[in-house]
Write a protein that binds this ligand. Structure first.
Ligand SMILES: Nc1ncnc2c1ncn2[C@@H]1O[C@H](COP(=O)(O)OP(=O)(O)OP(=O)(O)O)[C@@H](O)[C@H]1O
Ligand SMILES: [Mg+2]
Length: 485
């Protein structure tokens, strides 16, 4: 095809050169006419149409869905045609998915019509380090076809490619766990806002120890959300849902997130707020997340002092004047500045990301905040509508213990259960502790030994708690006497 086209164009070029050389022989009017219409002439004899699909559209904020679909679609046809391929592992971790490398070409046939796909990249114009996206490499796919088939290709064929590509992507999809990278890595040859690894957490709702009724309610809520595309469109709400998970350490908040992701088959984006410079960076990160995902901000109360930040900064400014005077303090301050994370994400920035106008990009997303101290959070952050559902992860109850005993020891009932239920009343033990007690530590330890160990542990902690409360009561009484005195 290219040889033919090249030959035609070079013949035209030769004709034009001859025309120019012997211009004195050609009438002036005809010469002008030919010059003006040279391009039209080339287009006329060129029987092919080209369509380019760039990897990034819209000022590089989001990867083009079409590009990804084409990449997946070509992964099947290129395996037979292309000579340079790239390999990746499929989601079963057993097979390999191949895709064509850059500057490769493959042919495809649709309803008897031949089309040609070529992959390529536009390299940066200069290799100097620049912070402008213009200098970054741009990958693309180029589709070439005979212009007589314009209708069938631009309509039916492209639709077929996008549909097939999406299906292949879904089939080969590996669920990912993403975490945000520092913004200095967002520029350059391989911009990456998110670092990722394959998500393989084994936690499920079956392994999660909590009251059965509460667990079922959460499961139903999640499934209803994931099937709610049309419903959310009907009521005019962005297709997203916020969950607040709160409770003491080791009560299964992180395990719950993993179980949710496994139930819905979603990716997980774990946002580390302290490494994000400002609200605009936070927004960019959010835009670069895909649908069908869970966006997590763990320990929201520790991530940023969202409420106190402004106050602290003001106090700092007041100190500034004093430090300027003292050279040692000045040096210390500079060193501190270097080590500082420097995050300027504010409460309003975070709220904007959760339910501002940008939050609707993508759809089908769950936002989860976790905290050990729900009372510390700003009410604006957790009001209904922002965090649609508040889930308390509490200390281990007998119901939760039964789930753990079944999972860890394969025991569904035992004569010691009565005793255990008795000891559980009034103890505050995290499921993490109970799970650890129930895990056999050697080949010799059987289920009964583990249950006995648990009873001993629970009784010991109950005794200790009793002693502590006695001591506290005594201190209180002493205080009372002292104040009276
Ligand atoms: N409800 C639970 N069901 C089953 N296992 C649990 C549960 N809670 C805790 N565990 C066990 O304890 C470990 C720690 O739990 P997890 O990390 O989910 O707690 P967390 O609430 O996120 O704690 P933190 O507040 O410290 O982050 C888990 O790996 C799991 O084995
Ligand atoms: Mg956790």
């Amino acid at each position: 095809m290219w040889t033919e086209l090249g030959a035609t164009i070079s013949s035209l070029a030769v004709a034009f050169f001859m025309l120019d050389k012997y211009s004195h022989c050609v009438p002036y009017i005809l010469r002008g006419y030919l010059a003006r219409n040279f391009r039209k002439l080339v287009n006329f004899v060129n029987p092919y149409v080209e369509i380019t699909f760039l990897e990034y559209t819209g000022e590089r904020l989001k990867r083009s869905d079409a590009f990804l679909a084409i990449q997946n679609y070509l992964s099947t046809s290129s395996t037979q045609n292309a000579r340079k391929l790239m390999a990746d592992v499929a989601n079963d971790s057993q097979s390999v998915v191949l895709s064509m490398q850059e500057h490769e070409e493959v042919t495809d046939v649709f309803n008897g019509v031949n089309v040609w796909w070529a992959s390529g990249k536009i390299l940066p114009q200069s290799k100097t380090i620049s912070f402008s996206h213009i200098t970054e490499e741009k990958r693309y796919y180029k589709l070439t076809f005979d212009k007589h088939y314009r209708e069938i290709i631009t309509k039916s064929y492209l639709q077929h490619v996008l549909k097939e590509g999406k299906e292949i992507k879904e089939k080969n999809r590996q669920r990912m766990l993403y975490t945000n990278t520092p913004s200095k890595d967002w520029q350059g040859w391989r911009p990456t806002k998110w670092g990722n690894i394959v998500f393989e957490h084994p936690s499920t709702f079956d392994t999660l120890a909590m009251e059965t009724q509460k667990k079922d309610e959460i499961k139903k809520d999640l499934i209803k959300f994931s099937k709610g595309k049309d419903y959310y469109a009907k009521i005019g709400k962005a297709w997203k849902r916020g969950y607040l998970l709160y409770g003491p350490p080791g009560t299964g908040k992180s395990s719950m997130i993993a179980a949710m992701a496994n139930l819905l088959d979603y990716d997980v984006y774990d946002i580390e707020l302290t490494t994000i410079k400002d609200n605009s960076e936070l927004r960019k990160l959010l835009i670069d997340t895909k649908g069908r995902s869970i966006i997590v901000i763990e320990d929201i109360d520790c991530s940023l002092d969202l409420t106190g930040q402004r106050k602290k900064r003001k106090e700092k400014d007041d100190d500034e004047a004093d430090k300027e005077k003292d050279p040692i303090l000045k040096l210390k301050k500079e060193a501190e500045k270097e080590g500082e994370s420097g995050s300027k994400v504010t409460l309003s920035g975070l709220l904007n990301v959760i339910d501002g106008i940008w939050s609707a990009c993508g759809g089908e997303r769950i936002i989860i905040f976790t905290t050990n101290y729900v009372d510390k959070l700003d009410p604006a952050l957790i009001r209904t509508g922002r965090m649609d559902k508040h889930i308390e992860m509490s200390y281990c109850c007998f119901d939760a213990f039964k789930v753990l005993a079944k999972n860890y020891l394969d025991i569904e009932s035992h004569e010691l259960f009565g005793k255990i239920e008795e000891v559980f009343a009034g103890t505050k033990m995290s499921p993490a502790y109970v799970a650890d007690m129930l895990m056999p530590k050697s080949e010799e330890q059987d289920g009964e030994t583990c249950l006995k160990n648990l009873i001993a542990g629970l009784e010991a902690s109950k005794e200790e708690a009793g002693k502590k409360s006695e001591e506290a009561a005594m201190l209180e009484a002493e205080d009372g006497v002292a104040t009276e005195g």
